[in-house]
Design a protein around this ligand. Structure first.
Ligand code: ADP
Length: 650
């Protein structure tokens, strides 16, 4: 596995960040524009409202002008009943007109009368109507407004002089004094004053009169127009009260801002999450790389199988060992290509038992076949594969190549055997010479005693008593020779058996394992049929093993000339009556009748390197254990040796 370098994530975030930025700018622009349009609209409303108000004031002033003109007509035309003039005065000074006081002046500008006669409504600063206005009214013949003035009670006002022309020309003026505040109060309708504060400002900008509710003002929304008439630099200043809050756009904007905030927040969260995830992935990659490096550098082959025995994983060492590529092995069902077709069936059984979990696994030696046909010896250890949830998902096998080790072991064993054979030969030689030496004497004596007897018989002077004595001595010598041979036999038999309870199947497996390497070398397949439930036997483990090994070796030796495909050695145990019988059946050359008679005799052998003591000792061992050793020809060729021992109570 190669570690792929991760591209920097910064550029992945550039686009969303840019989009969010743009989105925010757009929202800000939208908010700004909306506010702007809102203000413009309010401004436009303000202007049109102010123009309307101005118009309204004009109408009022004009109406009052015409009423003053009518009053002048009543006053100057003469002969009008005083009641009519009074009625006109009352009408003109009614609260609707906003006039506080009325004067009338003759053509010379002399005050002819006033109403009400005198009180605090008399203008303070200029106790009489303005001369300038008078002259102007007289000369223009049109109503003329005077400058602002203050009443005695401190209230502001202004005058209007309406000229009157009779048939004989100019007759005088009717002068009306407006109460500024009253005018504004009456002529500005309630809805207007709800929205705006109206102030009348003098020439120098000071407030003269106002109509207002006390409230904070939206200072930006203000509009001024000249108040003409009356003119004289008077202006009307209209300021909007804080406009009513338009909730819908504000809510809309607020929700957009909140949404944008949420989006930014979730993006940041996402980014943190991705960063954490990347860190975890990196850690995982590192761990994987480390594990991979570890697996690659292992010399032990690893292969994992699922519960059906299908290969799910092999490491490079295993591939090197078997010569197959991982792709060729992973996913394969048994039998595996590297299995030896000559594996004994017991191995396959064992394999099945491991897979079904019947036996606790321990190492087993197997011969594997590499892809190129070479053989390797391997030690295979299987262990259950348990996943993170604790489930048993398969088997993990570690495979050690022990070919070299095994070769060394075989070599050492052969050396040992050779050494032992040599030692045996030496002992044999020694024994033979001892035998020759020991036997020489009794044999010479027997020979001379028998020659003496013969002489006596030939000469026919044999005294029966003498002959009897000679023959008795001869027999004694023969007995001695027999004694010598028995001594050697006893030496070979060595010792008394040490009995213990033995599971004969287990012992047989061990014996098979002992000869297995040789069997493989000579391409002999050993098949063991060992039924369960056999009773134990009481025997000397070493001796019985010696017999079993001897019988198996003899069987293998007998098959030297048998074609390799038929070199099967069948080992079977079974209970016959009260005897546990072990049968070793080969497909060898068989035993010819002349050999059959001498088979168990000491030193009978047909092999160049043989000693001829094997079967003899085996039979002695069998007899020592109150058992039997026999043989019979095997149907279809070969021999069956049967070794039986008395069964013990289980
Ligand atoms: P050794 O193996 O040293 O020859 P044994 O006493 O074991 O001594 O065997 C004696 C002889 O019996 C062998 O040399 C062989 O000729 C013969 N023999 C033993 N077992 C078999 C067998 N299974 N098939 C044929 N011949 C056998």
């Amino acid at each position: 596995m190669t570690t792929v370098p991760m591209p920097s994530t910064a550029r992945y975030w550039r686009l969303p960040a840019l989009t969010i930025g743009l989105f925010l700018v757009l929202i800000a622009t939208l908010v700004g524009l909306t506010r702007h349009y809102d203000q413009e609209e309010q401004q436009a409303t303000l202007v049109s409202d102010v123009l309307w108000m101005e118009q309204n004031l004009h109408f009022h002033l004009e109406r009052v002008e015409s009423q003053l003109a009518l009053l002048a007509d009543d006053l100057f035309k003469g002969q009008r009943p005083a009641a009519q003039v009074d009625a006109r005065l009352r009408q003109i000074l009614s609260p609707e007109s906003a006039l506080r006081r009325v004067y009338w002046l003759d053509a010379e500008g002399v005050v002819q009368g006033m109403h009400p006669p005198t009180d605090d409504r008399t203008p303070g600063a200029s106790p009489r109507p303005s001369d300038t206005a008078f002259l102007l009214a007289r000369s223009t013949g049109r109503p003329v407004y005077g400058p602002p003035t203050t009443f005695r009670d401190g209230k502001a006002g202004f005058e209007v002089q309406v000229p009157y022309f009779g048939d004989s020309g100019f007759r005088g003026v009717a002068v009306g004094y407006y109460d500024f505040e009253d005018l504004l109060a009456r002529e500005i309708p309630w809805w207007f004053s709800e929205r705006y504060r109206v102030r009348a400002l003098g020439q120098d900008g000071q407030e003269i009169a106002a109509k207002s509710k006390v409230a904070p003002l939206a200072s930006q929304l203000e509009y001024q127009i000249p108040f003409d008439p009356p003119g004289h630099g008077l202006r009307l200043q209209v300021t909007a009260y804080r406009g009513e809050t338009r909730w819908i756009p504000i809510l809309l904007m607020a929700s957009m801002v909140v949404l944008a905030g949420i989006i930014i927040w979730s993006l940041l969260q996402l980014r943190r999450h991705v960063a954490r995830r990347q860190a975890t992935e990196q850690a995982l990659r590192d761990a994987m790389a480390f594990r991979k490096a570890m697996e690659d550098s292992l010399v032990t082959g690893l292969r994992a199988r699922d519960l059906e025995g299908r290969i799910t994983y092999v490491n490079p060492a295993f591939c090197r060992m078997t010569g197959y590529e991982a792709e060729e092995l992973v996913g394969r069902d048994p039998p595996m290509p590297y299995w030896d077709p000559e594996d004994p069936p017991s191995l396959e059984e064992r394999e099945q038992q491991i897979l079904s979990g019947e036996i606790a696994t321990s190492g087993v030696e197997r011969r594997l076949i590499r892809k190129n046909g070479d053989h390797i010896d391997a030690l295979v250890l299987d262990a259950p594969l348990i996943d993170a949830e604790g489930r048993h998902t398969g088997w993990m096998g570690s495979v050690l190549d022990i070919t070299e080790e095994k070769r060394m072991r075989d070599f050492a064993r052969q050396q040992e055997e050779r050494l032992q054979a040599t030692a045996r030969l030496v002992t044999m030689g020694e024994m033979a010479s001892t035998l020759a030496h020991e036997l020489n004497q009794p044999l010479a004596a027997i020979s001379s005693y028998s020659a003496g007897c013969l002489n006596h018989l030939e000469r026919q002077d044999a005294d029966p008593a003498e002959l009897k004595g000679i023959l008795a001595k001869l027999s004694k010598q023969a007995q001695r020779a027999g004694q010598i041979i028995k001594g050697i036999h006893d030496f070979v038999r060595r010792s008394e058996p040490k009995r213990e309870r033995i599971d004969i199947n287990a012992l047989l497996r061990e014996a098979v394992a002992l000869v297995e390497p040789d069997a493989r070398k000579h391409l002999v397949r050993i098949e063991a049929d060992l039924p369960d439930g056999l009773p134990p036997v009481a025997a000397d483990r070493g001796m019985v093993e010696q017999v079993l090994v001897n019988l198996i070796r003899n069987g293998m030796d007998a098959m030297r000339d048998t074609p390799a495909s038929q070199r099967h050695l069948q080992v079977t145990t079974r209970l016959i009556g009260e005897q546990v019988a072990i049968e070793v059946a080969d497909r060898g050359c068989g035993i010819p009748p002349e050999a059959a008679q001498r088979l168990f005799q000491p030193f009978f052998t047909t092999k160049a390197e043989g000693m001829g003591m094997g079967l003899n000792i085996c039979r002695s061992i069998a007899e020592l254990h109150r058992g039997k050793l026999g043989f019979e020809p095997r149907p279809g060729g070969g021999t069956i040796f049967t070794f039986s021992l008395p069964a013990e109570a289980p």
